[in-house]
Design a protein around this ligand. Structure first.
Ligand code: SAM
Length: 429
C-alpha cells in the first residue's frame, strides 16, 4: 500500500530542521512526532528512516540534489524516502522526479569519488585515513552507514541465554547468540520490547555487544568494591552489578543527575540492590576522596566524541567539530587521573570510549601510562582470554562495525602496582 503523499512534506519539514544540527536528530524527531500525533506508526517509521538515510548518505545525496531544477530539500527527501521504502510506495511524485530518482538509484556508489562514498566531513575522513589508510577508512565508513541490529544482554540474576532465546521465539522474535559476548543476543528486526514480560521483569536489557565486552573487561567479582565512574544511564552499571551477583558495592558516579535518574527504573527491573548512584560535581569531588586507594575495579567509560556510534547516531559525524576533540582529550585525561586515585594496589582500571579516533583512545591510554608509573598495561589479548572472549587484539580493544558488527569501541586495561603506604595517604589528599 502506498504511503500518503503528505508524508514527503512531513519528512522534508523535519529534515530541514535536523540539518541545522542544532540538536541531536533523535530529539528533534521525537519532538516532531509529538507535535504531529496524527502520523501513524508506518508513516513515522518511514519519516525516521528517510531522515537517517539522508544523515548517513549526505555527501552522496547532496552531490546530486544540488544539480538541476527543484528545491534541494525536496530532492534530498525523495532520495532518503526512496532508500527507505522504495519509489513504488510513494505517492505525489512527479514523472520528472521519478525519472531523476531512478537514475540516481542506479548509480554504483562504489564508483563514486571517495568523499561521496565515505559520506563523512572532510576533517574526519582525513583523520581516519591518517590512522588506518584509505581502504580501511572506506570499509569502516560502509560499516558505519549500515543500521545496527538490536543487541540484548541477558540478566543472569534472572535468566539464562538459552531460555531467553526460547521465550523470545514464542513472541515470536528470532534472536541469535552474539558472536563474542557470552550473554549477548542479536535481533535483526526492530520489535517493540517494552511490553514484553521478559523486558518488564528485567530478564533482558538493550546493550550493544561491544558495550557488553567493555563491561566484561572490568572482570568484577562477587563481594568487591567497584566504581562505574561515568555511569550515565547505567548500561554498563547493570552488567557489572550482575557479574558481581548482586553482592559487594557498586558505585555509579556521574556529573549528570538527569542521566543517573534514568538508571533508577532500570535498576528496579534488574533486581540489583548493590548499586549506589552518586551525583558528583567533577572528577575530584570531595565526596569520593574517602574511597581513594580502596576500590578493586574502576571503569571509566569516558565522555567522548561518540564517533563510534554512527550506525545509531549518524548525525554525530556532522555535529561533531574537530576543535572539540582537544577539549575532550583534556577532560578524558582529567577523569582518568581522578578515577585512578580510587584504585587499590593490585586493582584494575579500565578506560573506554565509543570513539574510533586515536586522539581519544591510544593517545590518552599512552599518556596515562607515561604519567602514572604506578600503573601497568594488561595487554588486551590477555584481558580478553581471561574472560574467554575470542577476539584477536593487540594491546588495546578496538572494535569496529565492519569487522566485529558492533559499534566502534576502544578499551585499555590497567593494573595498579602494589601500593606503598605513603602513596595511599597521598591519594587520599
Ligand atoms: C559515554 S557516557 C557513559 C555511558 C554509560 N557508561 C553507559 O554505559 O550507558 C559518558 C558519561 O560521562 C559523564 N561525565 C562527564 N564528565 C564527567 C566527570 N567529570 N565525572 C564523571 N562523569 C562524567 C557524562 O555525564 C556521561 O553520562
Amino acid at each position: 500500500m502506498r504511503l500518503p503523499p503528505a508524508i514527503l512534506a512531513n519528512a522534508e519539514e523535519v529534515l530541514r530542521e535536523i540539518l541545522r544540527f542544532a540538536a541531536p536528530a533523535d530529539t528533534t524527531l521525537s519532538r516532531y512526532f509529538k507535535d504531529h500525533p496524527r502520523l501513524g506508526g508506518r508513516e513515522r517509521g518511514a519519516i525516521a528512516e528517510c531522515v537517517y538515510n539522508v544523515l548517513r548518505n549526505k555527501n552522496f545525496y547532496t552531490d546530486f540534489s544540488e544539480q538541476g531544477g527543484g528545491a534541494t530539500m525536496r530532492r534530498l527527501t525523495l532520495l532518503g524516502m526512496t532508500d527507505a521504502v522504495g519509489l513504488e510506495s510513494l505517492g505525489g511524485v512527479s514523472e520528472d522526479e521519478v525519472a531523476w530518482v531512478t537514475r540516481i538509484m542506479e548509480i554504483d556508489r562504489k564508483l563514486m569519488h571517495k568523499s561521496s562514498r565515505s559520506n563523512m566531513p572532510k576533517w574526519l575522513f582525513d583523520k581516519l585515513v591518517e590512522q588506518m589508510g584509505e581502504e580501511e577508512t572506506l570499509a569502516l565508513a560502509d560499516g558505519m552507514n549500515k543500521p545496527a541490529p538490536l543487541d540484548l544482554r541477558v540478566n543472569t540474576l534472572k535468566d539464562n541465554r538459552d531460555d531467553v532465546i526460547a521465550k523470545l521465539a514464542e513472541a515470536p522474535i528470532k534472536a541469535e547468540p552474539t558472536p563474542f559476548a557470552p550473554l549477548g543476543l542479536r535481533i535483526q528486526t526492530k520489535p517493540q520490547l517494552q511490553n514484553l514480560p521478559l523486558f518488564k521483569d528485567g530478564h533482558i536489557e538493550v546493550q550493544d555487544e561491544g558495550s557488553q565486552i567493555l563491561s566484561a573487561l572490568v572482570a568484577a567479582k562477587r563481594g568487591e568494591m567497584v566504581v562505574d565512574f561515568c555511569a550515565g544511564a547505567g548500561g554498563k552499571t547493570l552488567s557489572l552489578g550482575a557479574t558481581m551477583r548482586n553482592t559487594g558495592r557498586l558505585y555509579a558516579f556521574d556529573v549528570s543527575e538527569k542521566r543517573l535518574t534514568k538508571l533508577k527504573p532500570r535498576l528496579a527491573r534488574s533486581g540489583l540492590s548493590n548499586v549506589h548512584p552518586v551525583v558528583i560535581a567533577h572528577e575530584r569531588d570531595a565526596k569520593i576522596k574517602r574511597l581513594a586507594g580502596k576500590i578493586d575495579r574502576v571503569l571509566v567509560d569516558a565522555p567522548c566524541s561518540g564517533l563510534g556510534t554512527l550506525r545509531r547516531n549518524p548525525d554525530v559525524k556532522w555535529r561533531q567539530q574537530p576543535s572539540a576533540i582537544g577539549e575532550l582529550q583534556i577532560k578524558q585525561a582529567a577523569i582518568l587521573d581522578g578515577a585512578a586515585r580510587l584504585v587499590k594496589g593490585g586493582g584494575r582500571l579500565v578506560y573506554a570510549t565509543c570513539s574510533v579516533l586515536e586522539d581519544e583512545n591510544d593517545f590518552i591510554a599512552k599518556q596515562f601510562l607515561e604519567t602514572h608509573p604506578d600503573f601497568e598495561l594488561i595487554p588486551m589479548h590477555q584481558a580478553l582470554a581471561e574472560q574467554k572472549i575470542e577476539l584477536e587484539m593487540g594491546d588495546y580493544l578496538k572494535l569496529l562495525p565492519h569487522k566485529h558488527q558492533t559499534d566502534g569501541f576502544f578499551a585499555a586495561v590497567f593494573e595498579r602496582k602494589p601500593m606503598p603506604k605513603k602513596a595511599k595517604e597521598e591519594d587520599a589528599e
